[in-house]
Every structure is written in C-alpha cells, then in structure tokens.
Design a protein around this ligand. Structure first.
Ligand SMILES: Cc1cc2nc3c(=O)[nH]c(=O)nc-3n(C[C@H](O)[C@H](O)[C@H](O)COP(=O)(O)O)c2cc1C
Length: 321
C-alpha cells in the first residue's frame, strides 16, 4: 500500500498507520482481529473485559503468534476483575493498555513498575489533563458518536480541539470515524491518530457471529439508540428486542450474577447480554455499535478496509490542495 497517511509515534511505538482498532468487549475484538490490524501497520487491541485471566493470557499469546505488530489490551475500570486483568496483560508484556469507563490512578503505578504504557480514554479536557499528570502515554478522546459506553453527550470534534489545546501528550480521536475523510478531519483538528471500532466489526477477521454483523448491515441510521447500562453510564447500541424492552422500563431478570462489575444497577446482566450478541442472539443480546455504523456497507478483510481508508484519506487531502 502506498502510504500518504502519517505514522503514529506513541508510547515508544512507531506504527505505520495512525489507526488504533478499538477494544470491543465481550470477545468482539479478539486476537484474530487485533493481529490482522497490527500486521497491516496499525495498533491492534484485544478486549479483556469479561474474560478470565487465563482466557486473556491465551488471547494475548495467540495474537503474538499471529503477528509481530503492536498489540494492546483494553480493560474497563468498571470491571471487578480490572486489577487482575491489567496486571496479567502487563505480565504478558503487551505493548500498551487502554483503560476507560471510569478512572484508575493505580494503573499508572503498575505501568511504571511493569514498563507498559497506558493510553487513557477521556471525554473532556479535565480528564485528559489528569491522565497526562498521572503518566498516561496518550489520551483517546471519545465523542458521543462512539459505540459502547459513553462518557459524554458532546460530539467528537467539539471536544477534540479542547483536549489538543490542554495536553502535550498525543491525542487520539475516537467515535464515528468510518472513512478516510473523517480520519483526515480528525488529524486536521490536531489528533495524532484515530481509534476505530465499528468499521472493524464489519471485517472478516472480527469473530462476532455473522448475525451480529448482519444487524449492523441491515439497521437504519435511526436504529442507533442510547441505553442505560448497568455500569451506570449510557451506552450506544443498535435497536432490537432488548433495547426496546429497556426503553419501556422493563427489568430483564438476571439469571446468575457473577459480580463482573464493581458497581451494577442490576437492571439487566450486561455480561450475559454482550455474550448473547457475540454468539448470534441479536434480539436478546446487546449489540454495541457506533452512531455512523450505516456508512460501512460490506464485510471486508482488514487489509482492504485499511487500503480504502488510505485512498479516501488521500482523496480528502488532495481535494484540499
Ligand atoms: C461492539 C463494541 C464494543 C465495545 N467495547 C468496548 C470496551 O470493551 N472497552 C472500551 O473502552 N470501549 C469499547 N467500545 C468503544 C470502542 O473501543 C471505540 O472507542 C468506539 O466504538 C469508537 O467509535 P466507532 O465505533 O464509531 O469507531 C466498544 C465499541 C463497540 C462497537
């Protein structure tokens, strides 16, 4: 691929592409997807939330067998296994950790001790500055267009410039970036790179059930809905039987609580709902998805997705000159 896209120099890594594949729990972004993105020059991310320590170790080792590229692990602070999973990933010598959905101060001490950099998710300049002060190698600014848990109602571009002005560490833009034009806009606004998740759901390497991908392909723009997650944050998902029940105020019986969250509202079991979706039950499962999901029209190999992004970026940049 002839590259016009700039390199991403971050946390001691030099990635050929300024693209981080966003972590997607539970088991939507596994070793296979992360390795495919890393092999093409981006940063691949395994979602650790919802996995056992052993399952996470296995995913990391599998990714290492599949690629010599950069592999990180994403773990939500809200998970009760947060500390165990982060430490296990650091022991496996992953290249970086991404942490969001709440803020951990401890992670920076572990990061210094184990020499594994931390990229913090942030949805405001205040949180980004705190992350920088505590030792984050970079911040990932996520706008309301993102899939999954949301820390803001503001659009990505409205927060991005504030954060870029507030910190010296690299800033990565996330939420609603589906093509090279949007990528160019984020870099123009001062981001060093982007984090993309939903576009990679529609990859051949993503191990979510084909029904999950088909729902993304079949849904209409107005099917992007916000639910109240038991984590205590809003979350962006695709409309289905489960989200309609939640919108109607129904409580979904929790089969057997395994205390996966530090704090849970128990309105439904998020682990069970995410697991159902990735296994193909897209009516009763929770299908997290970014707001611009409908802009991706087909399932493609990761290599093709990245080639297209590069071409679109080139066209967007050429149109400006
Ligand atoms: C299916 C799915 C699961 C997600 N799970 C996580 C997660 O476990 N941890 C996290 O920090 N972000 C999670 N996210 C957010 C993404 O990592 C990413 O920042 C965001 O979706 C970017 O927006 P985009 O999907 O429009 O590209 C998830 C997103 C999706 C679509």
């Amino acid at each position: 691929m002839r590259l016009l896209l700039p390199q991403l120099n971050i946390a001691g890594m030099k990635a050929r592409l300024p693209i981080i594949q966003g972590g997607m729990a539970v088991r939507v972004s596994t070793a296979r997807l992360a390795a495919a993105v890393a092999s093409e020059g981006g940063l691949g991310v395994i979602a650790g939330t919802g996995l056992s320590v052993q399952a996470l170790q296995e995913e990391i080792r599998k990714a290492r067998r599949l690629t010599a590229g950069h592999i990180g692990v994403n773990i939500l602070f809200a998970a009760s296994q947060f500390a165990q999973l982060v430490k296990a990933a650091m022991k496996e010598k992953v290249d970086f950790i991404v942490s969001g959905a709440g803020f951990s101060r401890d992670i920076f001490a572990w990061s210094r001790e184990m020499k594994v950099p931390v990229l913090s998710m942030a949805s405001s300049a205040r949180v980004a500055q705190l992350a920088e002060k505590l030792g984050a190698a970079a911040v990932i600014v996520e706008g309301k267009e993102a899939g999954g848990h949301l820390g803001t109602q503001r659009s990505l571009l409205s927060i991005l410039q504030e954060v870029v002005a507030a910190v010296k560490i690299p800033v990565i833009a996330a939420g609603g970036i589906m093509n090279g034009r949007q990528l160019a806009r984020a870099l123009d606004a001062g981001a060093q790179g982007v984090q993309m998740a939903t576009r990679f759901v529609l990859s051949e390497e993503c191990e979510a059930h084909p029904n999950f991908k088909q729902l993304v392909l079949d849904s209409k723009p107005e099917d992007s809905v916000i639910i109240d997650s038991p984590v205590g944050m809003p979350g962006r998902a695709l409309r289905n039987r489960l989200t309609e029940k939640l919108a109607a105020g129904e409580t979904i019986p929790v089969p057997k609580c395994n205390h996966c969250l530090k704090n849970c509202t128990h309105s439904f079991c998020i682990l069970d709902a995410l697991q159902k979706a990735v296994d193909g039950d897209i009516e009763n499962g929770l299908v997290f998805s970014g707001e611009h999901f409908y802009q991706a029209k087909k399932i493609q190999p990761v290599r093709k997705i990245l080639t297209e992004l590069n071409r679109e970026y080139e066209e967007a940049t050429a149109a400006k000159t």
